[in-house]
Design a protein around this ligand. Sequence first.
Ligand SMILES: Cc1ncc(COP(=O)(O)O)c(C=O)c1O
Length: 312
Amino acid sequence: MAFADMDVDTIWMDGDFVDWEDAQVHVLTHALHYGTGVFEGVRCYDTEKGPAIFRWEEHLDRLYDSGKPYNLEIDHTREELTEATLELIRRQDLESCYIRPLVYFGYNSLGVSPKECPTKTMIACWPWGAYLGDDALENGVDVMVSSWRKHASSQIPTNAKATGPYINSLLAGEEARSNGYMEAIVLNKEGNVAEGPGENIFLVKDGTLHTPGLAQSILDGITRKTVIELAEERGYEVNDEAVISRSELYTADELFFTGTAAEVTPIKTVDDNEIGEGTRGPITEELQSAFFDLVERRTDDHDEWFTYVDEQ
Ligand SMILES: Cc1ncc(COP(=O)(O)O)c(C=O)c1O
């Protein structure tokens, strides 16, 4: 049996390569009840030099950091997690894939305190195309400002990628989809723009890029950092500590999302208001092409951001 009819059959669980159907957990697993896990979403791209994982080291940094507020200590080294991931990709002959490492409190006691619970780690890889669809990358998405606010980092750490808090993303995303939109924009507690449910956001106005800073309750996105660098290298000014009001969304020249899953996705409307010309804007297009040239290795730039699966 494989996942969603895909030809992938192995999961790595705490040191072992396990058949897909045997990769099970107990129903009294702590993380299942209280959302006590931390995870990553990473992409491996099909390049001329074989599969290459994009910014693996930065994703590992964030994974280990995400555990800190929860005293969730990962009892595998970076080298073990790296080797396990490379081996999963090789064994399953994946040319490109999404990689999902998850570290969570396992089965032992069900008090809210996880102290007695073991720390468990798993990694899975599977093929995953454009998150919001191929059409979205070219023509952009229709989004709505969610009625759900993003929690503040004084309530739940926002720069830690923990599983439980994604219930907030789920509420915002499902609200948008049930209202006929592709995705949501979530405001923070103060009512300023935070991010998407699984994406950071950029606003272009008069040739300058603006993206909310970490104090706006966002995840410190790795694609966000990448796009900031790509934009600066191309001579754009980037305000990466921006405070963006809701109304500035509607008067933006261009808006786009960034994320491992969403890559660089233009936003064509917000609450049915056209952004710019209501199509992918020129700066979005330039940065999107730069991003895909980079990750598909049509340039030699930033080779240090890639972990090649096959020996080079
Ligand atoms: C809430 C949220 N914001 C932003 C991002 C984008 O982060 P990254 O570019 O590291 O995938 C994600 C995706 O992980 C996310 O879930």
